[in-house]
Design a protein around this ligand. Sequence first.
Ligand SMILES: C[S@@+](CC[C@H](N)C(=O)[O-])C[C@H]1O[C@@H](n2cnc3c(N)ncnc32)[C@H](O)[C@@H]1O
Length: 223
Amino acid sequence: MLAPDVLVGRPMTKNPELLFFTKWLQSPLTVASITPSSPQLARAMALSLPECEGLVIELGGGTGAITQALLQTGVDPNQLVVIERDPYFYRYLKKRFPEIKILCGDAMNLMSLINGMPAKLPIRTVVSGLPFLSMNAIAQKRLLEQLLSLSDSKGSFVQFSYALTSPLKKSVEKELQLESRCVARVWQNVPPAKVWVYKKKSVNNILSDNPGESKETILNVAR
Ligand SMILES: C[S@@+](CC[C@H](N)C(=O)[O-])C[C@H]1O[C@@H](n2cnc3c(N)ncnc32)[C@H](O)[C@@H]1O
């Protein structure tokens, strides 16, 4: 039988793969993967952060594959906040990373979750494992507007996706004047994934670029 502890509310399984698979069976569109991100994908995500100071916000922590890589690549645990909606994943993350601020909540309410925190720091970036492909344009826009209002003009947003193209709807990228770049392809993940970095377009880019056009520049980040 599959991880019955998760299904009937007994103490959690310690096996992240089993927990993930069981949660995927329950909510395939929300969990969006049968297994946690591979260490290679998690590292590629962590290496795509901008080089500046400030808070790193991770959305959709799951069992902590990306959280672990963020810590391993030098993110200060005091400057990392993880938001996870599922209570089982939330409890798992709390146990696995007692030194990190983990919030149980819906990333759609990002502003109120962050505003409820005692210390306010500049936001360095938002790193997301959220299933953007399962969201409609309205939901994507609602979330991205909050992300953009949190960070200054240099702020970026890092997202992975199993799709061949950017997981954001073209209409949303265009309306919010976002520039998207695929910065890594990770074949070792199941399924293979791409890492995308989004930024608000600069005024010059808005004038010269084809609006909403995605750029693909693979940097060597998936070491
Ligand atoms: C594809 S999994 C990624 C998990 C982990 N980051 C990883 O890479 O292994 C998506 C995660 O996002 C969480 N999630 C989905 N929708 C969410 C939402 N609206 N707010 C917060 N977490 C959400 C799911 O519960 C799940 O843990």
